[in-house]
Design a protein around this ligand. Structure first.
Ligand code: SF4
Length: 466
């Protein structure tokens, strides 16, 4: 294993990190199908999987369709308690043989590894994404990071094959400082990659909230001292284990802000379905508040309110639209409405990616657009900010419109799909450009449209690009 770089942080940072307290909580995690098979779970969890479901999973063990070598099973007690009364949440957390029926798909459809100059970092735009943890409190069956969580080998652009490594503070901060030094010396863009200053970092994984307060605080202080202005933290912990946001965490958050007042902290949270945070009555209906809106689970509400009360913290929700989990316009309407009411912005919904082992979860691009569009009927302008995104190699792309007809446009007799590139790696020269293709209701990825491209100023359908 190569030696990692030591990044010299200041005395202020060292004192801040020293002052951080350890959280006191217990996630009560159940990990592994065997726990259910051998009945080594709480009494009330024993029927979470039926005997038939367990038999089917056991039969696949050790075969190429083994469910847990694709994605280990893991669940918190909190999530289980909500999932008992939610089909959608059960779909999200319960392993099923259907996951590996069809193993078609790409290993790396966004060619992410092309953008990894340092282990654990993807550097595309003015933002870098870090893999800082290789697990989450629970595991979504549809996860796009299963290669990291299940420690699978991935191919690198140089031909090497190895599991993805995690980012190391010293190596990353050294890279940021050097990148930004070259950008500054070259008039605002990097001389080789054309990228601007690296000013934002997304800490991801896995879920960074599985790390201790001290490790998170050390990352934040180091990134801030390396010149990062905005730190995003991608987390599903508000759904899996909201009590993680305890007094010790908020103490660390406030101390960080006191020491680094100009570094913005942005939580990108991950709610897929309103069942993950709303209370239900005995008949399974959401409960209306007297003063308006719906009643949230007490601990989730408390954690969200605490985060939202700090005006230097942003909270945005991002979620894929997944078959059988949230491909339901009514559920997504409630999700968007309630998140906005409680201080969480609706940022993006994602189409599935054509990754190996994802066919069981993928909605077609056109169906995902229809579900989201339908869900936003009846929402106010500020409740319906979220757009449908798909991660193309060239950058984040919006699925802007799906029409049922486009007579007068050659190739559009059955309607068209309009894509718009709204993020573009490097110099961002293609940002804002569009592509129009004839409809293919079966399409789940760009290649499914390659025989029906009508107009492509964005270059989304140049074959080498996907
Ligand atoms: S929270 Fe995110 S990273 Fe973790 S298992 Fe779910 S989708 Fe994957």
């Amino acid at each position: 294993m190569p030696a990692t770089t030591v990044f010299p942080i200041s005395e202020k940072a060292q004192n801040f990190v020293k002052s951080i307290s350890k959280g006191k909580y217990d996630r009560k995690i159940t990990a592994g199908v065997d726990k259910f098979v051998n009945e080594q779970v709480d009494e009330d969890m024993k029927r979470f999987y039926s005997q038939n479901e367990l038999d089917a999973l056991v039969e696949l063990k050790g075969t190429e369709r083994d469910i847990e070598s694709r994605m280990p099973v893991k669940m918190t007690r909190h999530y289980f308690e909500q999932a008992r009364n939610s089909k959608a949440m059960q779909q999200l957390i319960k392993a099923s043989p259907a996951e590996t029926f069809d193993l078609a798909g790409s290993q790396d459809p966004g060619k992410q590894m092309d953008y990894s100059p340092v282990e654990g970092l993807l550097h595309k735009y003015e933002i870098g994404l870090l893999y800082v943890a290789s697990t989450c409190s629970a595991h979504c069956r549809f996860c796009y990071r299963e290669e990291l969580i299940a420690r699978k080998d991935v191919a690198r652009p140089d031909g090497a094959i190895a599991p993805k490594g995690l980012a190391q503070v010293g190596d990353i901060c050294q890279y940021i400082v050097e990148h930004n030094r070259m950008v500054a010396a070259n008039g605002g863009v990097h001389p080789e990659t054309g990228r601007p200053k690296l000013r934002e970092i997304l800490m991801s994984g896995g879920d960074p909230m599985v790390l201790s307060n001290k490790i998170i605080g050390n990352w934040w202080a180091s990134l801030s001292e390396a010149g990062i202005e905005n730190i995003r933290l991608g987390t599903k912990e508000l759904a899996f284990f909201p009590d993680r946001f305890d007094a010790t965490f908020f103490e660390m958050l406030d101390q960080f802000h006191e020491n680094y007042p100009h570094t913005n902290i942005r939580f990108v949270v991950h709610f897929n379905h309103p069942d993950e945070f709303l209370k239900k009555d005995d008949a399974g209906n959401y409960i209306q508040n007297d003063g308006g809106g719906l009643a949230w689970l007490d601990n989730t509400s408390k954690s969200v309110k605490q985060l939202a009360s700090r005006n230097w913290v942003n909270i945005d929700n991002q979620s894929p639209i997944i078959k059988g989990i949230n491909d339901d316009p009514d559920a997504l309407r409630i999700l968007q409405c309630e998140l906005k009411r409680n201080g969480i912005e609706n940022s993006r919904f994602y189409c599935g990616r054509d990754i190996v082992g994802h066919r069981a979860f993928n909605l077609t691009i056109e169906d995902a657009w229809k579900v989201l569009n339908e869900s936003q009927k009846g929402l106010s302008g500020i409740e319906s900010h979220a757009r449908l995104s798909i991660t193309h190699y060239k950058g984040k792309t919006e699925v802007c419109a799906v029409t049922s007809e486009a007579n007068g446009i050659q190739g559009g007799e059955n309607g068209v799909v309009v894509f718009k590139l709204y993020r573009n790696a490097g110099a961002a020269e293609h940002r804002g450009k569009i592509a129009i293709v004839g409809r293919n209701p079966e399409a789940i990825w760009f290649n499914d449209y390659e025989d029906r491209v009508i107009f492509d100023e964005a270059g989304l359908f140049e074959k080498s690009n996907y």
